[in-house]
Design a protein. Structure first.
Length: 375
């Protein structure tokens, strides 16, 4: 996911935070400190409510991380690679590199998240009961009650039968098991996901009309996100099925436009970016690949420094996320393209560039194949 940075690794799974996550973090802290906690535990200073809200928000997102981690652990036990977990504005997502091989595995993966959330809700509920019994500081009890409620909501919402929510995946697993067809099962489960999305959007507009502006906007955004996620998930499955026999060398561009390491940014902008309009260029020095220059990195350089800055000064180092082999399956390129956020991969053979694989080329091929299959 773009605009994300790694914060830690748990059980061999990298965890990322998207910049959008800070939006919801700030909103949660604001709502809790200004409205929820003062009404639940009146009489404390404002700084106390702010600290309470910060602790509750961190514990809430830790709960969401554990929810996604439970999916990932089950996936890894069933030999499904996980590229990472990303926390963002709508919660979290575990990035699977391939689909489950059976309906049984799909079910086990899907149910793990809600069970984790329900377990956490029970844990915080028990802590609340113990706190009340032993007359512990009310501040702690208010926080545990809030976390009990939120984990219960997360579990219930994710059990809604709309793909790609956990409940939608459970539905797909059942349909897949009885129908024996993953594509049809995904199509039906995605339809439920879109229907659920439209219901949520409708609730959002209803909230707006009744004066609940923040809730209304939030419902609408969640509905739009869910609708797009359901549609995208189905298209990704179609793409994987359609490209089952396609390898990277079938799709890649063999004509590689590269820039010399000593070329100035000013020259690159006028002679390469304007001319070829690519988002990135390999950087070469004496027939050796030393990095990848992206349009984003060029934009970060002040124009006053364009003539003195060389391509090698700002080129990204070559990592596994930027490279792929010509004989690799095309579906293995999709998670790499999504992860690096650049939209292009360097095709490497015998330590030399054999071509460039572009996300646009894959999408275009998918569109062509889709139209031909409709005939």
């Amino acid at each position: 996911m773009k605009n994300s940075f790694k914060i830690l690794t748990i059980l061999g799974i990298p965890v990322y935070i998207n910049i959008s996550w800070f939006i919801i973090l700030g909103l949660v802290i604001y709502v809790l400190s200004r409205g929820v906690f003062p009404s639940e535990a009146p009489g404390y200073p404002k700084i106390t409510y702010l600290l309470m809200a910060a602790v509750a928000a961190i514990l809430l997102f830790t709960s969401l991380l554990l929810h996604e981690l439970s999916h990932s652990v089950v996936a890894k036990r069933n030999k499904i690679p996980i590229a990472g977990i990303t926390l963002f504005v709508f919660g979290g997502v575990a990035q699977m590199e391939k689909e489950p091989s059976s309906a049984k595995i799909e079910f086990k993966m899907a149910i793990a998240g809600p069970l984790m959330s329900l377990g956490l809700a029970l844990l915080f509920f028990t802590a609340s009961i113990i706190g009340i019994y032993f007359k512990i500081n009310p501040i702690i009890i208010v926080i545990t009650k809030y976390l009990t409620l939120m984990n219960s909501i997360v579990a219930i919402f994710n059990l809604a039968p709309g793909f790609p929510l956990d409940g939608g995946r459970i539905l797909r697993a059942g349909l897949w098991y009885f129908m024996g067809d993953l594509q049809k099962a995904t199509y039906i489960a995605s339809g439920f996901g879109k229907a659920l999305a439209f219901i949520i959007i409708g609730l959002g507009f209803f909230s707006l009309l009744t004066g609940n502006f923040i809730s209304g906007i939030w419902f609408i955004f969640i509905g739009i996100f869910l609708q797009e996620a359901a549609d995208t998930s189905y298209k990704q499955l179609l793409m994987k099925k359609m490209f089952s026999r396609v390898i990277v060398s079938d799709v890649m561009s063999k004509e590689v436009i590269w820039v010399p390491a000593a070329e100035s940014i000013d020259s690159i902008v006028h002679n390469y970016i304007f001319r070829y309009r690519h988002s990135s260029f390999p950087v070469m020095e004496d027939d050796k690949l030393i990095g990848l220059l992206t349009f984003h990195d060029v934009k970060e350089i002040p124009k006053s420094e364009w003539t003195t800055t060389k391509a090698s000064d700002i080129a990204l180092p070559i990592t596994k996320d930027l490279c792929i082999r010509p004989r690799s399956h095309i579906t293995s390129a999709l998670p790499l393209l999504a992860k690096n956020g650049i939209g292009r991969l360097l095709v490497i053979e015998n330590n030399k560039i054999a071509g460039i694989l572009s996300q646009k080329d894959i999408i275009r091929l998918f569109e062509i194949k889709s139209h031909l299959d409709e005939k």
